[in-house]
Ligand binder design. Structure first.
Ligand code: S3P
Length: 180
């Protein structure tokens, strides 16, 4: 376990497929912190899958539930939080995240995220469309300027997720020392 690098919660934001959950879980293990995934917490709290929630209540309601869950999770201990890909987009949720956590944008390139999401589309209702590549391009164009409002940007590393974990740790240390 590394010595802790910040006293704040760390929230990972970014598109589907960048590795927020895997990187977050490993980061938490390294820092000796608790890990949460906002999608899992929404599923636990609502008793529905993310896809079911979208289907039954629509995206707007999902975003409200997502904000409530994130607020609750960030109100306690300095956890590591992996957010759903859309969580950082609404102003209100982004405000909560940026105020209560150190936010890290895991920035992926198109081919890497497409390759990764094609393995697991169950949880991802937004990609259940005729042309998921076009949808991903659209999301990338619309969202990248918003993810850039995170405190820290970390381009994901090629290869194993552990490399990205190390990049995140280095980037957080640099950010903390520059903003002390
Ligand atoms: C979404 C991303 C998903 C999930 C939901 C909506 C999005 O999370 O929250 O399908 O709007 O990009 P992951 O980024 O963990 O796949």
């Amino acid at each position: 376990m590394s010595p802790d690098i910040t006293t704040r919660p760390i929230a990972l934001v970014g598109l589907m497929g960048v590795g927020k959950t895997t990187v977050g879980r490993r980061l938490a293990r390294k820092l000796g912190r608790e890990f949460f995934d906002s999608d899992d917490e929404i599923e636990l709290a609502s008793g529905r899958t993310v896809a079911g929630y979208f289907r039954d209540h629509g995206e707007d309601e999902f975003r409200k539930g997502e904000r409530r869950v994130i607020e609750r999770l960030l109100d306690g201990k300095p956890i590591i939080l992996a957010t759903g890909g859309g969580a950082f987009i609404p102003d209100a949720t982004r405000k909560v995240l940026n105020e209560k956590a150190l936010t890290v944008w895991l920035k992926g390139d198109f081919n890497t995220v497409m390759e990764r999401v094609s393995r697991n589309r169950e949880k991802r209702p937004l990609l259940r469309v005729d042309d998921p590549r076009a949808k991903m391009r659209e999301l990338m164009e619309a969202r990248h300027p918003i993810y850039a409002k995170a405190h820290i940007t970390v381009p994901i590393a090629r290869g194993p997720h552990v490399r990205t974990v190390h990049k995140v740790i280095r980037a957080v240390k640099t950010h903390v020392s520059q903003n002390a």
